[in-house]
Design a protein around this ligand. Structure first.
Ligand SMILES: Nc1nc2c(ncn2[C@@H]2O[C@H](COP(=O)(O)OP(=O)(O)OP(=O)(O)O)[C@@H](O)[C@H]2O)c(=O)[nH]1
Length: 453
């Protein structure tokens, strides 16, 4: 499949780019909702950024339109507001409409298409196309294909019942499915899902094998997952902490779709694998999150989770709630978050005067850093070191060894010596940090020496 497959069949797709009118349907939320915190204009801004992030789309105009009914009902707007929207589309010469809701139902698509006569996109379309655009590995591509299945299922029935016949905004892949004659579509999709899951399992196994291959301590290395809203600086942080030249931060949404793993040495001498994973986004359709389970699985089992927030963004609080909700939805329990999570505030070098007094009161437990200037890095490394020691049940052990002891070579060879030993006559005193399994290994290997002593 080609990139950004949405809407490949319309005659209005000119100059290789869709001119999109972005509409944010403003809903009156009940109090207590996370979205209350996020102003409608910022949600609109985010939708425009998502559209502009795609190479074949450009937002030519955008507006907030209060809903007259309900975003779940067939009709979102009444005649008056619809007329205003139609006029706005004509003035902007938009060749497509993006309605900033999670997923539009086939009935809503149908109604809006009947009125506007241009392709109608929702967040699912746009996010899925964005994912396709930035997927670089088999693992990510397979996860995206898997994420497409529920959406296709949802709409294929409408297609099959001719309610959405040959419509321009349908996904290319839906068209392919719709053209399959005679077969049971549900059965075909079920089979495809099964095949994709099998291939994904294999791709994940291969990726894990390849990426852990280079590390001497791979099995004992602590795993540190860096999570956070898209564009908060996750890649920049991993680059800072590990010096990985191969990582190139991009000012782009979802630049990271594939999990990257990079190894660094902590002050304790312990190796740590930092994983930089997919960015989170508000209202990510649940199927999309579920499909990225393979990518996110390591977060559940990570020894330490770094939650990075971009405090220069006025919406950081609402973004944080989205991240926490997403983590919960993939099965990261609250206790795990409380125990293993380090909250880190990034981009403190930027002008944060826009912050409300409330936001500048961010919990004192968070660590303030700048990936750009390096501020706060030493403190952060110290905290990571401490958390990893607790999570991996590490202990500092003092060893008093004869200078000729074979243990010394073993300690150096296995990279346990971080602080040079203190000399005491013929003896050397080492302080080494080991976890339970390493202590076990050590005892087993040198049990004969102990017996001799
Ligand atoms: N001023 C400033 N900019 C930063 C800082 N950290 C990151 N950035 C910039 O923010 C943008 C996004 O950084 P990334 O590291 O790609 O963010 P990410 O969270 O990995 O992004 P996704 O992969 O989209 O989720 C880039 O342009 C970075 O240069 C910082 O401390 N200060």
């Amino acid at each position: 499949m080609g990139r950004a497959d949405v809407a490949t069949t319309s005659s209005k797709f000119a100059n290789g780019q869709w001119s999109v009118l972005v509409v944010h349907p403003k809903v009156r939320w009940g109090s207590g909702s996370a979205s209350v915190l996020k102003q409608a204009d910022r949600q609109l801004e985010e939708a425009v950024a998502l559209v502009n992030n795609l190479p074949n789309m450009i937002a030519v105009d955008s507006l907030i339109m209060p809903v007259d009914y309900n975003t779940k009902r067939k009709s979102i707007w009444a005649a008056g507001n619809l007329e205003k929207l139609v006029a706005r589309r004509e003035t902007a010469r938009a060749t497509a409409l993006m309605v900033n809701v999670d997923v539009l139902s086939p009935a809503q698509q149908e109604e809006l298409f009947g009125i506007f006569e241009v392709p109608i996109f929702d967040r699912y379309n746009i996010v899925l196309s964005t994912f396709k655009e930035f997927a670089r590995t088999d693992e990510a591509r397979l996860q995206i294909s898997l994420a497409e299945i529920p959406y296709i299922k949802h709409r294929i029935h409408a297609l099959a019942s001719k309610r959405l016949h040959s419509r321009p905004e349908i996904l290319h892949v839906e068209q392919q499915y719709a053209e399959i004659e005679g077969g049971d579509l549900n059965e075909i999709l079920r089979k495809r899902e099964q095949d994709l899951r099998r291939d994904l399992k294999e791709a994940t196994r291969r990726a894990t094998e390849q990426q852990s291959g280079g590390s001497k301590h791979s099995s004992d290395a602590a795993v540190i997952a860096v999570v956070g809203y898209t564009n908060t600086g996750k890649t920049s942080l991993v680059k800072r902490l590990t010096g990985a030249e191969s990582l190139k931060p991009k000012d782009q949404l979802f630049a990271t779709l594939d999990t990257t793993r990079h190894v660094a040495k902590l002050p304790s001498g312990r190796s740590a694998v930092f994983t930089d994973t997919i960015g989170f986004l508000s209202d990510l359709p649940i199927h999309l999150i579920a499909a990225f389970e393979a990518t996110l699985a390591h977060v559940k089992s990570a020894d330490v989770i770094i939650h990075l927030r971009d405090v220069s963004n006025p919406d950081w609080k609402a973004q944080e709630e989205d991240v926490v909700a997403t983590l919960k939805s993939i099965g990261v329990a609250r206790e795990v978050m409380a125990e293993r999570m380090i909250t880190v505030d990034n981009k403190i070098d930027k002008d944060t005067s826009v912050d409300s007094p409330e936001s500048s009161l961010s919990e004192s437990s968070s660590i303030r850093i700048s990936c750009k200037t390096g501020d706060g890095m030493a403190e952060l490394i110290g905290v990571i070191n401490e958390k990893v020691s607790i999570a991996t049940k590490c202990k500092t052990i003092r060893l008093r060894l004869d200078v000729r002891s074979p243990v010394i070579e073993w300690l150096y060879h296995n990279e346990f010596v971080v602080v040079e030993p203190i000399s005491d006559g013929n003896m050397l005193i080492f302080d080494v940090v080991m976890n339970e399994s390493e202590i076990g290994r050590f005892r087993k290997k040198f049990a004969h020496l102990k017996r001799k002593n």
